[in-house]
Design a protein around this ligand. Structure first.
Ligand code: SF4
Length: 252
């Protein structure tokens, strides 16, 4: 797994009245959207601190289990990982990234060849289409770079808020929390950040995760959900946050 240095490049986004950069020089700043951070947690601040300290102890510097060599290959791997396991994605991307590790090479490789590489992954037809389309967009709009810009990333084919958050966190070290099925489950079961949908949980986590734990919170919660607080049968007997968790149906 390579360490990636953040690149500050942030291309101007197209707007109805020109690029965002050009517009900002003349227009009045838009009023800031109210993003009230609601503290909707069943845990006390002391319990939240203890929860993350315990997860940190088990894995001080967690890494993504997806294999990638640069922000572009990370972006592609995350797009491919929807409804697929990281191990399954890695198996397919090793050969794919050996052939195409940049947007330019991926666009040139084309949809048929990408489809052939990833045919063992669920939804591979649509994913191949999206990977080639997003590569072409990057080549045309950013010279192939993956911008450190959530709004822009979310405009790419196959890229939603969760994927953009993962890229910003893993490739660029931003303290974003991408709520996937594991984080959603752990946040609700423990009472850390209950919510009825991923966005509500994300907002809840943003409001309660202490700054010191923000960078790795995403990984700790995913890994905890994947290996301990599993969907069907949580391994509560091996859980390091068992005494903090508010789940009423613990297994032991
Ligand atoms: S005690 Fe059980 S339900 Fe609670 S976080 Fe741990 S594994 Fe999940």
């Amino acid at each position: 797994m390579s360490k990636i240095q953040p690149t500050p490049k942030r291309p101007a986004r197209k707007t109805a009245t020109g690029t965002a950069t050009a517009r900002s020089a003349t227009a009045k700043p838009a009023p800031r959207k109210r993003t009230a951070k609601r503290r909707k947690t069943l845990l006390t601040p002391e319990e939240i601190d203890r929860l993350f300290a315990s997860l940190q102890k088990t894995d001080p510097e967690p890494k993504s289990e997806l294999e990638y060599v640069n922000p572009f290959t990370l972006l592609v791997a995350v797009v491919l990982s929807a409804q697929a396991t990281d191990a399954g994605v890695n198996k397919a991307t090793r050969a794919l990234f050996a052939e195409a590790d940049t947007a330019q090479k991926m666009a040139a490789l084309g949809e048929d060849a990408v489809r052939e590489h990833i045919k063992t992954i669920g939804l591979f037809r649509n994913k191949a289409k999206n990977v080639v389309a997003l590569s072409k967009r990057l080549v045309a709009e950013t010279g192939g770079d993956v911008p450190r810009d959530r709004d822009y990333l979310e405009t790419l084919p196959g890229v939603g808020r969760k994927t953009a958050n993962v890229v910003l966190n893993v490739a660029y070290g931003e303290p974003t929390i991408a709520v996937d099925t594991h984080i959603f489950r752990v946040s609700n079961r423990t009472g850390l950040a209950p919510g009825k949908d991923p966005l509500e949980v994300e907002r809840g986590l943003e409001a309660v995760v202490p700054d010191t734990y923000r960078l790795y919170a995403h990984h700790w919660l995913i890994l905890h959900g994947r290996y301990i607080c599993k969907a069907r049968k949580p391994a509560c007997d091996r859980c390091v946050i068992r005494d903090i968790c508010k789940y009423p149906d613990k297994t032991a």
